[in-house]
Design a binder for this molecule. Structure first.
Ligand code: URA
Length: 216
């Protein structure tokens, strides 16, 4: 399942357009906050498909019945670019447990790169719903590696991916390698450069949120 959250005219489309806008990108706080807002709306949309239970609440005047989440999903993110999107998800799924993974592009002198995963902290994952956030679903290889990394720790019942922008080839790769994963994104672009950047995309999400890094 793949959901493009800006397909119907919605605020998400405004925020994705600001993320992409080279003039507005100079405002790092706005860039991070827009990612966070996309995470919030994604959380709201995902919450509609998560299992619920009926709960009776005692008010000062009587009893109210509500459908509430049966359980909170585990929120996982890929450092560092995933942090603002993750924070948005956590703002809404405020009781969630969290997992953090470090994945980065290790560049070779010939311009090629491999994804290196180095650190992880995660809660119990067996039979749980996991939502993995990564602002840019480009080649899909860091997400597939992350999913395998997580699956080596436990057997989740369901996996959702949240991305601000996803690329068609990356979506296809994730769906081929990990069928059953549900993808929620702010928009979908068709082109990927040889260096793995999405076009038109928005540039380097981690640098735009947190400043330039040294190349490893
Ligand atoms: N990561 C980014 O930050 N941007 C892209 O276009 C692809 C991967």
């Amino acid at each position: 399942m793949i959901v493009n959250l800006s397909q119907q005219h919605s605020l998400i489309s405004n925020w994705v357009s600001e993320l992409r806008d080279i003039q507005i990108q100079t405002d790092r706080m706005r860039f991070r906050r827009n990612l966070e807002r996309i995470g919030e709306i994604a959380a709201y949309e995902i919450s509609k498909v998560l299992p619920d239970i009926q709960k009776e609440v005692q008010t000062p005047l009587g009893t109210a019945t509500h459908q509430v989440l049966k359980e909170y999903p585990v929120l996982a993110t890929i450092l560092r670019a995933g942090l603002p999107l993750h924070q948005g998800l956590l703002n809404y799924f405020d009781k969630s447990d969290n997992a953090f993974i470090s994945a980065y592009r290790k560049h070779h002198p010939d311009g090629s790169f491999e994804i290196s995963l180095e650190y992880m902290s995660c809660p119990e994952l067996d039979d749980r719903v996991i939502i993995i956030s990564d602002p840019m679903l480009a080649t899909g290889s860091s997400l597939v590696k992350t999913i395998r990394f997580l699956k080596a720790e436990g057997q989740p019942r369901e996996i959702h991916i949240v991305a601000a922008i996803a690329c068609t080839v990356g979506i296809e790769y994730v769906r081929r390698e990990e069928p059953g994963v549900k993808i929620w994104c702010g928009d979908i672009d068709d082109e990927l450069t040889a260096k793995g950047y999405i076009v038109p995309g928005l540039g380097d999400a981690g640098d735009l949120a947190y400043g330039p890094k040294m190349q490893m």
